[in-house]
Design a protein around this ligand. Structure first.
Ligand code: IMP
Ligand code: MG
Length: 180
């Protein structure tokens, strides 16, 4: 792992190595393999951030499992509630299915707390969240991460799918912003 990297104007330092990430994903997959055996779960990774984590996690699953990547788009609703979030690419019926949402990182929890009710509406048999990273100090919306990789401080992270203004997703490790 190189010592520090620069993206645009910001400097990042190593935080979680490839080996540490891989080990933790294996551990998460073992839990999922046990808990979803015979249930044919449907994994729903949320793009773009989760694509690398989702792929690595999925490869470690030894049970029968399906995957359907989605992208969330938010637009201004006509209701007073303001933003409405819709899922692009969700082509599978969730009724009666065991669903696992796959997220790179849960920060404030806003995205998921606004989106999950739409999924519950379809009456899945169960609905859980698997997230590689969670910033508990930043989470102000009522979100429970059922399968968690790492609990992390409220700092900006980069790499392994996480971007800074579009860049850095391809870095194979996770870096942390060096604050000036
Ligand atoms: P939330 O709705 O605040 O939980 O936001 C979650 C989304 O914000 C994640 O799926 C990421 O795309 C993005 N995000 C949150 N924290 C970071 C970070 O530290 N680095 C890069 N992206 C982040
Ligand atoms: Mg994301």
């Amino acid at each position: 792992m190189p010592s520090t990297i620069k993206v645009y104007d910001k400097t990042f330092e190593p935080y979680l190595s490839k080996v540490v990430i891989a080990e933790r994903i294996k551990w998460m997959a073992e839990k999922l393999n046990k808990e979803y055996e015979g249930k044919r779960p449907l994994f729903i990774p949320i793009l773009n951030g989760s694509f690398i984590f989702a792929a690595d996690l999925f490869k470690e699953l030894s049970i029968e499992a399906e995957v359907c990547f989605i992208k969330l788009a938010s637009y201004k609703g006509t209701k007073s509630s303001g933003q409405v979030i819709t899922a692009i690419g969700l082509d599978t019926e969730l009724f009666g299915r065991h669903v696992v949402i796959v997220e790179d990182i849960v920060d404030t929890g806003k995205t998921l707390s606004e989106f999950l009710p739409q999924l519950y509406h379809q009456q899945p048999a169960s609905l859980k969240i698997a997230a590689l990273l969670h910033k508990p100090e930043a989470t102000t919306y009522p979100i429970t991460v059922d399968y968690l990789g790492f609990s992390v401080p409220n700092k900006f992270l980069l790499g392994y799918g996480l971007d800074y203004d579009g860049l850095g997703r391809n870095i194979p490790e996770i870096y942390k912003l060096v604050e000036a």
